[in-house]
Design a protein around this ligand. Sequence first.
Ligand SMILES: [Zn+2]
Ligand SMILES: [Zn+2]
Length: 137
Amino acid sequence: MGNGISGHCLCGNVAYEYLGEVGPAGYCHCEDCRRCTGSAFNISVRFDASKFRIISGDPKGFTKLGESGNELTRHFCPECGSPLFTSSPRHPDCVYVKAGSLDDPTLVRPEHQSWTASAVSWSRIEREIASFAKGST
Ligand SMILES: [Zn+2]
Ligand SMILES: [Zn+2]
């Protein structure tokens, strides 16, 4: 522990620390990201794998070939199911951390989006939609 960047899952069982530079964030619209997040798209931040470590809990990994043909392992909390990060043998030097798991969300700087051909129409929030600053009424 130190002055690193930290993050954790919803229940707090799995926590991580990162002592490197925060890479750019990217949106991914692929079908696998839609399914594993349960949302319209995934947003992940690139971290240097050698400076990233799990400091509590034991995330479970699920490996699947992506639409790209690359093997991806998605790591998540076995207690609450929160998706936490993705790793790939093709890029062993990096981990792609789910943006929403960071304790300081202001560190997230999206610079690109990928698999836009798979994007769903509801990935964009229309300005006119009913909006509530707090809660849902
Ligand atoms: Zn959890
Ligand atoms: Zn994806």
